[in-house]
Write a protein that binds this ligand. Structure first.
Ligand SMILES: C[S@@+](CC[C@H](N)C(=O)[O-])C[C@H]1O[C@@H](n2cnc3c(N)ncnc32)[C@H](O)[C@@H]1O
Length: 222
């Protein structure tokens, strides 16, 4: 399992190691308090029967119960163990979900494929959040919706040094603690439609975005 992970780039090796070994054990405990808040955030999306939904960094599938079974889902992740847990949860469920071992920074989907994207606790986890977001905007249809549920808040000046130090370790093995929402979406053809609180403390937020224009795929590839 870990050997097959080696096909990914060096930047993801530590993250794959942690998400394929110890993180899956304590992840359910971390997610428990967020259950209702996550559901409320996903409910901002206006699902229509037949929609195609992409979930980059789908992990062990915590979003899946909140997505109606009338839509089809493609989930992408670099951790085979997280995907195996998601696959297990889907057993005996009548839901068209396809799970892919894939780097969300470079996805194998054509431009303008999906109606909706769900980015839950993903943009703080992926190595290059700007690149991943640009890639997600590429695969979303014009007028399509993007849901972001994450801790993308500005760190206060007094905590900057501490958080930057912590981030050096965290960003390679788990998730970044200093990313900001506006830095990630900057320059992309999206508008923010709605913003809600995502936990009791306002640390996590839910953002509903809409893709505003057709973008030239030449500009979005590298
Ligand atoms: C904090 S977990 C969130 C999982 C899920 N979205 C949730 O809300 O519970 C982040 C997930 O992103 C995955 N991930 C990190 N970098 C990725 C990448 N470049 N491409 C795809 N998935 C990635 C990790 O393996 C992990 O499963």
């Amino acid at each position: 399992m870990l050997v097959s992970s080696m096909r990914f780039q060096l930047k993801n090796i530590l993250k794959q190691l942690s998400f394929n070994t110890f993180i899956p054990f304590f992840y359910p405990m971390m997610m428990l308090p967020l259950k209702g808040w996550r559901k409320k955030a996903i409910a901002m999306l206006s699902f229509a029967p037949g929609d195609r939904v992409i979930i980059p960094g789908v992990g062990s599938g915590y979003d899946l119960p909140h997505v109606p079974s009338s839509v089809s889902v493609d989930g992408v992740d670099i951790s085979e163990v997280m995907l195996a847990i998601a696959r297990n949860k889907l057993r005996n469920k009548d839901h068209a979900v396809t799970l892919h071992v894939m780097d969300a920074e470079h996805m194998d989907f054509p431009d303008n494929t999906f109606d909706k994207a769900i980015l839950d606790l993903f943009l703080t986890c992926v190595h290059d959040a700007q690149k991943a977001f640009k890639e997600i905007v590429r695969v979303i249809k014009p007028d399509g919706e993007i849901l972001i549920y994450d801790h993308l808040i500005r760190v206060p000046a007094w905590a900057d040094l501490l958080m930057s130090g912590l981030d050096i370790v965290m960003k390679y093995s788990f998730c970044s603690v200093i990313r900001e929402f506006n830095d990630i979406i900057k320059g992309q053809p999206v508008t923010v439609v709605k913003e809600i609180k995502g936990d009791p403390f306002g640390f996590i937020k839910g953002f509903l975005l809409r893709k505003t224009a057709v973008i030239d795929s030449y500009q979005t590839r590298y």
